[in-house]
Design a protein around this ligand. Structure first.
Ligand code: KMH
Ligand code: ZN
Length: 308
């Protein structure tokens, strides 16, 4: 089997500061954990920003600039900026930093969907910040929006005009057909890195049969023109991504997707999860790809804030 890409999603916009003291919040935290994750073997860093004072998910360029320059300077990892941000952000907000930074990669959610986080309210917690509880509660009536017009705008402005390539986030079978539609329109070129997302309430559940079926349909739609990676939320993270690695796919870890390192045990850092999955995939006989191998495989434009 060929080399394997480990992506690490450092902080995201799902978890809140009260859930783990190890969730990176400030620019310095995100830069340090990103460096450690890269040193541990993550060749792609998937990046969101937060307000360093409140820990709230943020789309502000100022907050991205709190860690992007340090990661560019201190790592050779591929920087992948989220265009999903958080469901409470407008598309203009979500695009502002990626357009200004023009990264090598960006995430792209392939549909409009529910994205329900309220089950994480769970038992009573002591909340560190006033925004956290309502943020989670309100996800019972929130739409995570990427219409075909939104997707076309992201592809044109970031991809065609700035040379970014994409982590296509597919939470459902329908998202594969949407990806195929954009390939037909000529807005994207292979190879496509498809990230299968399991366990978000609103997307497909973490059942192994879903992965085999998604692969079956992706094979029909894209033939040999795609690579697949898997991320799974919470306690399904390691089982599902191990299955992906065993099937020749790529993997994503990180505190964006799961806060734990074992059942009931918080991960102390993103790097701890990278170390764990690296050991698993190497025992499966897979060799971890370097950032430059990823660049060659995906046809990336190269590091730095450069255009295509
Ligand atoms: N939070 C993940 C389930 C994005 O940033 O565009 C999906 C994600 C979306 O990473
Ligand atoms: Zn993300």
């Amino acid at each position: 089997m060929s080399g394997i890409i480990i992506t690490c999603a450092l902080t995201g916009s799902i978890h809140t500061p009260s859930m783990s003291p190890h969730l990176p919040i400030t620019g310095a935290d995100i830069a340090r954990q990103g460096l450690e994750a890269a040193q541990a073997g993550a060749s792609i860093l998937h990046l969101h920003a937060r307000d360093p004072v409140t820990g709230q998910p943020s789309a502000a360029l100022e907050h991205f600039n709190g860690f992007v320059p340090a990661l560019e300077r201190d790592t050779d990892a591929v920087l992948n900026l989220s265009t999903g941000g958080s469901a409470v952000m407008s598309l203009d907000d979500r695009l502002a930093a990626p357009l200004a930074i023009a990264p090598e990669m960006a995430s792209l959610n392939m549909g409009t969907m529910n994205f329900a986080l309220y089950p994480m309210l769970g038992k009573d917690r002591d909340w560190l910040h006033d925004w956290e509880k309502p943020f989670l509660e309100n996800t019972d009536d929130l739409v995570f929006k990427n219409t075909p017009r939104d997707i076309a705008r992201i592809l044109s402005s970031l991809g065609v005009e700035r040379g970014a390539r994409f982590e296509f986030e597919c939470y459902d079978l329908s998202h594969l057909y949407m990806l195929h539609h954009f390939a037909d329109r000529g807005l994207i070129k292979p190879p496509f890195l498809i990230q299968f997302v399991f366990g978000v309430l609103g997307g497909m559940g973490p059942d192994p049969e879903n992965l085999t079926h998604m692969l079956h349909i992706a094979d029909k739609l894209f033939g040999g023109d795609y690579l697949f990676s898997v991320l799974a939320a919470g306690r399904f993270q390691i089982p599902l991504i191990t299955m992906a690695a065993a099937m020749g796919g790529h993997v994503r870890v990180g505190l964006e997707d799961s806060l734990t390192i074992a059942r009931g045990q918080l991960a102390r850092s993103n790097a701890e999860q990278v170390v764990k999955i690296r050991e698993i995939v190497e025992r499966l006989g897979r060799e971890v790809m370097t950032p430059d191998e990823v660049r060659a495989t995906l046809g990336l434009k190269g590091p730095g804030r450069i255009h295509a």
